[in-house]
Design a protein. Structure first.
Length: 256
């Protein structure tokens, strides 16, 4: 494990990389990461690796495993979104099963019983504070925190999915970098804000359905320009300000 500490009100950026090449060691790491409500199975050569980085309320994990892992959480303790790099998984939530293939991203909602079954997989996980997303929803849409919740597990569009994956990779790279700027409280706060806002816009939730006045709406052409810019820069760490500039509108109008 390595850490970065900056002077003057700095926070600690913790990093960890561990591997296991036997069944018992891999099972112990799986239970440490996902909790004791996990079961592991699989034949042949065993491999499990975990690379994680944490700074304040943000946590990013990159997990690779040759095992089949089943996890049951009742209810899910926090807001976690996972992106599949390799392998096929099944997420069960709200009485429905969702097949998760390579390239897919799904959200596990807060306070809802879920189960996840993974088969020989490589995944990236991002964990962010649900309260921060709810606060962004209230500020940008007027949705009160008590009425905010996610209503779906898959992204609202291909464009927003690509933007979210780009944000995930940017957050992970920032946290994992030696001398990470995420140790600075202001930078960390903006990183959390960006992750919260992108998640709010990328996944179905009650805030997206809040009625807006005509004056707050942007034109279809503006939305099209914003989506086109995000598609062109899907692999780049772009900000909401850059998207707004490319679309020819303001940040607040685009957020609404």
């Amino acid at each position: 494990m390595s850490t970065d500490v900056r002077p003057a009100e700095a926070m600690v950026v913790e990093r960890r990389h561990v591997e296991a090449h036997d069944r018992d060691g891999a099972t112990a790491l799986v239970e440490e990461l996902f909790g004791s409500q996990c079961t592991c199975s699989g034949e042949g050569e065993t491999h499990f690796s975990l690379t994680s980085a944490t700074a304040g309320p943000l946590r990013a994990d990159h997990v690779s495993s040759s095992l089949e892992v089943s996890r049951v959480v009742d209810p899910a303790p926090g807001l976690t979104i996972l992106h599949t790099v390799r392998g096929t998984s099944t997420l069960s939530v709200w009485g429905e099963e969702h097949e998760v293939r390579p390239g897919d991203s799904v959200l596990t909602p807060v306070g809802v019983p879920t189960s996840l079954h993974c088969r020989g997989f490589e995944k990236m996980f991002l964990t962010i504070p649900f309260d921060r997303v709810a606060a962004v929803a209230e500020r940008t849409t007027g949705c009160r925190p008590g009425g905010f919740r996610f209503t779906g597990v898959r992204p609202v569009s291909a464009a927003w999915h690509r933007h979210w994956v780009g944000m995930l990779r940017y957050v992970f790279a920032t946290l994992a970098a030696s001398g990470s700027p995420a140790a600075h409280p202001l930078v960390n706060d903006q990183l959390v804000e960006s992750a919260a806002l992108t998640t709010l816009k990328a996944f179905p939730n009650t805030a997206l359905a809040v009625p807006r006045t005509r004056s707050a709406r942007v034109s279809l052409a503006t939305v099209t320009r914003a989506e086109a810019y995000m598609e062109q820069h899907a692999a780049d760490p772009i900000s909401i300000h850059e998207v707004a500039d490319a679309a020819g509108t303001g940040v607040r109008a685009l957020q609404q």
